[in-house]
Design a protein around this ligand. Structure first.
Ligand SMILES: [Zn+2]
Length: 79
């Protein structure tokens, strides 16, 4: 309950990914994130987003064919 326990050097910020309080200093290699996980999640989202721009839209015909094949194979039950 004493604010004197927190030195001014260890500044705390909210992790942009999960919102948890994390120390923003050189001791935290994942700053401003709280952990490696949050940092990689953010980077992954950014990477996949940029991928989407360059990637071509997938044909829906392939999806339909796969769905039909799956339902057809599951219909027959071995005795
Ligand atoms: Zn986090």
């Amino acid at each position: 309950m004493d604010s004197k326990q927190t030195p001014a050097s260890s500044r705390q910020v909210r992790c942009p990914q999960c919102g948890a309080l994390t120390v923003y200093s050189t001791s935290n290699p994942w700053r401003p994130f709280c952990s490696e996980r949050c940092k990689s999640i953010d980077f992954g989202a950014w990477a996949s987003e940029s991928y989407r721009v360059e990637a071509k839209p997938e044909p829906t015909d392939f999806d339909d064919a796969q769905a039909l094949d799956l339902s057809g194979g599951q219909a027959s039950k071995p005795h």
